[in-house]
Ligand binder design. Sequence first.
Ligand code: SAM
Length: 526
Amino acid sequence: MIFFTKKDIKFGWENNKVIGVESLSLHANQSSPSSTIVFVPLDVIFDMEQAKLTDTDEKVRKALEKTRELCIPDEKVMPVLRQLLTENGGNWAFIKMDNYTVLMDAILSAEEENKTEASVSSNGNRGKNPKVIHSPPPPPLRKSYETRSATSGSSTQVVQNQPQLGNGDRKRKCKRKISDITKGSESVKISLVDDVGTDPVPKFTYIPHNIAYQSAFVHVSWARISDEDCCANCNGNCLSADLPCTCARETSGEYAYTKEGLLKEEFLDTCLKMKKEPDTFHKVYCKDCPLERDPDKGTIGKCDGHLIRKFIKECWRKCGCDMQCGNRIVQRGISCQLQVYFTQEGKGWGLRTLQDLPKGTFVCEYIGEILTNTELYDRNVKSSSERHTYPVTLDADWGSEKDLKDEEALCLDATNSGNVARFINHRCEDANLIDIPVEIETPDRHYYHIAFFTMRDVKAMDELTWDYMIDFHDKSHPVKAFRCCCGSESCRDKQTKGSRGKSVERRKIAPAKKQQGPKAVALKRR
Ligand SMILES: C[S@@+](CC[C@H](N)C(=O)[O-])C[C@H]1O[C@@H](n2cnc3c(N)ncnc32)[C@H](O)[C@@H]1O
């Protein structure tokens, strides 16, 4: 193998097959280039460390095939391709997305940027000697503007009214991109793309952790964590110890996770069964169900019953193990490559994965403001009729507490502040994610984390979906369900389909304010 350094930058062509943009000075005593010289693009060097030379070469060739179809010269493609690979950790699934649309867009943006720079520099340099630039750095790929007026610092890149490409037969649509909606608050970047370009960019404040809005009782303190709720004597990785520690008590003496960091199949299957066949599991009934309380009328309805759900219990601060312990998956945060995109099926924005995910992978937590049920009710009354709704009830253990006080009947609302999970759309029956309650910093069961795990292997570019467990035919529910466009063969909203007019009307119906009650949790369980 020939090794290169990054010195003399030229463009290279070989048998009409341009595979290299950089002719690089050779190592290994190859003093002069000969007929055996190989032109290798820089991203191949990027991947050399991972010994994927041939593989990457093929990927570059395929990308260039695509761009040549649009008569884009390879020397325009390669710097952009290299920058995309560097920015996205060599993620080819991302580059190839939507038949290389990401790459095409980036080239166009770079071209636009170049033009702007050229005109600025030609104006600014009038009368001066032209500056010789031997190896211009790849231009910035996008422009920036603010998405949210006051609170958000999130910047987004917009490319509008794109010029025609090459031979001019392909007009570009309006595009929007945000390179990182998390504003650096997660350990991975999460981009947002919109090929449709019709909906406004979502307005919300990205928060990576839940935060109590006002009255929610979330009391995290050292003293509340008893010896049974932590493993103070552990070291390193609890999963490597001979015997499971105290923190595995919740999961019957076995950790919920495998050594590879996936959720154990058995655990996952039981959670799945609980979701699919809730009536075969034991339910508990509140004496005074927070979902049935109506503060306006002073009435209390009959509790529908709550499942006692299976919890994962993770190690935490008082435990002796370290942050890399295998029983600390959710608290380490998002590590998958995810992307928010505008769905084509009428669901609004959605979330997809940019990488293959095996069954049992932790994807993200549902993050939002922690509200009491009453606060949510008040918020719903005040808010105008939004098309999308974002609250989730934290009722995994209701009913087992004797008297659930108002400040303990909680939910997470991601409408104003939340994380990437607020973009996960609903799919009836065959969704690929499941929500599982996780106890981390407090043994109190009225507050816990909601973590999403894959229920099966998921392919890169697949939309990530979750069954909200909505009963689409529940006429008594104060908030009208949306018209489901999940596309599943087992869609539970079938009755409303087939009649377009009816469905559209149903979607337009705003939840009447007077109708809303404390039950008004949009993602109410069946
Ligand atoms: C938690 S949000 C999901 C993100 C949302 N699509 C957006 O654009 O922000 C839930 C809302 O998304 C829409 N939605 C989710 N799943 C849907 C589906 N299967 N069909 C139609 N709309 C859906 C509904 O408006 C719902 O209230």
